[in-house]
Design a protein around this ligand. Structure first.
Ligand code: CAA
Length: 287
């Protein structure tokens, strides 16, 4: 597909990443359908976009007209056929579980136009394996945004074993048209590049606290002030979602071995549904 032919983008999943990606696409002028499995999820995502656009307008990072225009371009939907029926590109950001994503791709293939490109925002899972359950492995790639999408510049564009070069070129141009900087990831390996580095950092931080070698605040102070990262490791885990980091680690552990074994402290947080900012509590309290 020629990148100039892209007008309509369907974003599947209205969670942290889904609504952020929908916002970025709408700000760049695309018509966006944002889909989730029920009215509550999709409405919540829509309200998050509204909040974020307001915040950007308050800070004069965009004009009020730009904020209103972007919001108008987002259509929240629950019906999958309505979401993808006219889409030129489908960006999927559903939970980081292989079986859930596969189920989505089997279904989406029925309704999306044959020319539409499928781009998955998976943080770690095999692009090749996901593409094989779709009806279009050549028009399938990874398009991995970072949290929060409206603020983070990088997009990893990941090739599966069967992805056509034309698909990668189109998605890179799409990322550029969203104001992002795409980096092409040649090899479809678990966690790609960024999460191979970042998620073990969060895990190691958790192991330090688990062993009672330091507190959450002590670890975060060092990551932030000594290593110069913009957030402490635990602040970042709360921002990304502890469940997201945990699922990425589980997958990397399964595929790459014991070096990636998730710390039980993360499992406890997931079990307790203290997932970070999105639930109001993680390693820190937000309420
Ligand atoms: N929309 C609008 N405003 C937002 C926002 C959003 N989505 N998210 C946060 N803000 C606002 C905050 O509410 C806050 O507002 P106030 O100042 O009014 O309180 C403000 O932005 C904070 O912004 P600042 O400019 O003061 O802060 P900053 O310059 O430190 O930037 C940041 C914030 C860009 C998030 C920065 O801390 C950062 O880069 N953090 C690291 C994030 C990161 O590494 N993300 C990648 C995670 S890994 C991942 O996502 C991959 C994966 O697959 C797991």
């Amino acid at each position: 597909m020629d990148p100039d032919e892209i007008d309509r983008i369907a974003v599947l999943g209205a969670g942290n990443m889904g609504h952020g990606i929908a916002e970025v696409a709408a700000l760049a002028g695309y018509d966006v359908t944002m889909r989730d499995i029920n009215e509550e999820f999709v409405q919540n995502g829509y309200e998050q976009i509204e909040w974020s656009l307001d915040k950007l307008a308050e800070k004069d990072q965009i004009s009020r007209d730009e904020a209103d225009g972007a919001l108008d371009r987002v259509t929240p939907v629950v019906d999958l056929e309505e979401a993808v029926g006219d889409a030129d590109v489908v960006i999927e950001a559903v939970p980081e579980k292989m079986d859930i994503k596969k189920e989505v791709y089997r279904e989406v293939a029925e309704y999306a136009p044959p020319a539409a490109i499928f781009a998955t925002n998976t943080s770690s899972l095999s692009i090749t394996e996901l593409s094989e359950v779709s009806d279009r492995p050549e028009q399938f790639c990874g398009m991995h945004f970072f949290n929060p999408p409206v603020r983070m510049q990088l997009v990893e564009v990941i090739s599966g074993a069967n992805t056509a070069d034309e698909t990668l070129d189109t998605i890179e141009e799409l990322a550029e048209s969203l104001g992002k900087t795409p980096v092409r990831v040649r090899k479809d390996s678990p966690g790609f590049i960024v999460n191979r580095i970042l998620v073990p950092l969060m895990n190691e931080a958790a192991w330090i606290v688990d062993a009672d070698d330091a507190t959450v605040a002590e670890v975060d102070s060092t990551t932030k002030y000594d290593l110069g990262l913009p957030m402490g490791s635990f602040e970042l885990a709360d921002q990304v979602g502890i469940d997201v980091g945990y699922h990425v680690l589980e997958y990397m552990h399964q595929e790459l071995g014991d070096a990636y074994r998730p710390c039980p402290l993360l499992a406890e947080k997931v079990e307790a549904e203290d997932l970070g900012k999105k639930t109001g509590r993680g390693f820190y309290d937000y309420e």
